[in-house]
Design a protein around this ligand. Structure first.
Ligand code: FAD
Length: 382
């Protein structure tokens, strides 16, 4: 029998590359392997679930069996790949060897964990997949006070969503502003003010040192001495591309698994896309780039070698209290920011010396200008 095309991961990257491949090739055996339950869902919806009052099941779009049928594929769930053997074109699931024709790594990124002292560390919940979300929802039932660690995009989205779901939010992060790596300070201030208007309390500067049980919940001890009472903790302090198994197999890794514009790793017949991949130096943890990669890679796998390119890829942040769209200037560009507007409505534009638009941050009513501005933005990967 011919060895299958094997995809590790049933997130948006894995399922989309499978779907695109099936449009071009309906015959080659296809095997998807996932450590989780294999349900198809849209991860961005995880930070809208409380506002919409959706259980994990309500966010699931299809069972793995239905996906298998639709994709004419085998889907192996709750199955963790433990190693890759590029020399023999096979991978390991414990003791079991699985041969591949081509191997696609779509195994995502993992939540960064920091050590915390105290007797309640297991009440710190990461929410990075549907099963995490289900666990958190179960733990949060009947609770009121959530401490959020991290003030990045995901931390801010959860803050807004959990408040809509009726929770009290304290947000702790060691940075000076929200979304420090993504956002101009004026736009960050607008988002923070919006969330504060909903009742969120920000503690920017300190980190969580210790989490301690008390008679009626938990006490979070911050590095600046503040003590915050809460019932449970969500960790959204960042994601790190999963590179360990790839590195152990001798594949080149940097921040992510290094691939060229054809999504090819340093080894023949092994490709990567999605959160785990660093494509021509860019590791972008968003849906738009992975969709472009899925389409290009499907072509390549079907015998029509195709390079990926990225146009402008603005990010819409799901903080409904203060709408936000941001397109950071591409790497290696130098520009000057100009900020207009005030309060919740900020238009921050970054232009180069010749006046060309490099990036922007738009909040409040200024997000209406995004379509016009998008036409001026440079591509991220020309
Ligand atoms: C709360 C939240 C909100 C977001 N909102 C947005 C948004 O609004 N817009 C946007 O563009 N992006 C958003 N993102 C980012 C976006 O969701 C991700 O970029 C995207 O879902 C990544 O997909 P992926 O398939 O690469 O990884 P994942 O979805 O993480 O999938 C990884 C898969 O690999 C499997 N796996 C891992 N290791 C192994 C192993 N050893 N063996 C077998 N299987 C393994 C996992 O089980 C899983 O099936 C958000 C992310 C989060 C967490």
């Amino acid at each position: 029998m011919n060895a299958p095309v094997v995809i590790i991961g049933t997130g948006l990257a894995g399922y989309n590359v499978a779907r695109e491949f099936r449009k071009l090739d309906s015959e080659t055996p296809l095997l998807l392997i996932t450590a989780d339950d294999g349900r198809s869902y849209s991860k961005p919806m995880l930070s809208t679930g409380f506002g919409k009052n959706k259980e994990a099941d309500g966010l699931s779009m299809a069972e793995p069996g239905a996906m298998a049928e639709q994709l004419k594929a085998e889907v192996r769930t709750h199955t963790r790949v433990s190693g890759i053997d590029p020399g023999h074109k096979r991978l390991w699931i414990g003791e079991e060897a699985v041969a591949y024709r081509d191997l696609i790594l779509a195994w995502g990124a993992e939540t960064v964990r920091v050590p915390v002292e105290g007797d309640a560390a297991e009440l710190i919940f990461p929410i990075n997949d549907l099963e995490d979300y289900a666990r958190f929802r179960a733990a949060a039932a009947g609770k009121r006070r959530v401490l959020l660690l991290g003030a990045g995009l995901i931390g801010c989205e959860f803050a807004n969503d959990l408040i809509l779901g009726g929770y009290e939010i304290d947000l702790v992060a060691p940075c000076e502003q929200v979304m420090p790596t993504l956002l101009h300070p004026a736009a960050a201030a607008a988002v923070q003010a919006g969330l504060e208007g909903l009742g969120a309390r920000f503690h920017l500067g300190p980190v969580l040192n210790r989490l301690q049980r008390t008679a009626d919940g938990l006490e979070a001890h911050l590095s600046d001495g503040e003590v915050i009472p809460c019932d449970l903790v969500v960790s959204a302090i960042g994601l790190r591309p999963r590179v360990d198994l790839a590195a152990a197999a001798g594949l080149q890794t940097n921040r992510g698994i290094m691939v060229d514009r054809h999504l090819k790793t340093s080894h023949a017949n092994i490709y990567a896309l999605g959160d785990c991949a660093e494509v021509d130096g860019l590791n972008l943890l968003y849906v738009m780039p992975l969709m472009s990669c899925a389409r290009a890679l499907a072509q390549t796998l079907a015998g029509n070698a195709t390079a990926v390119s990225y146009g402008p890829m603005p990010v819409t942040v799901k903080t409904p209290v203060c709408p936000l769209v941001v397109s950071p200037p591409p790497r290696g560009t130098e520009g000057v920011w100009n900020v207009e507007g005030q309060g919740a409505d900020i238009k921050a534009l970054c232009r180069d010396a010749s006046g060309r638009l490099l990036g922007y941050a738009l909040t409040g009513s200024a997000v209406m200008e995004k379509l016009a501005l998008n036409k001026e933005l440079p591509p991220l990967l020309a």
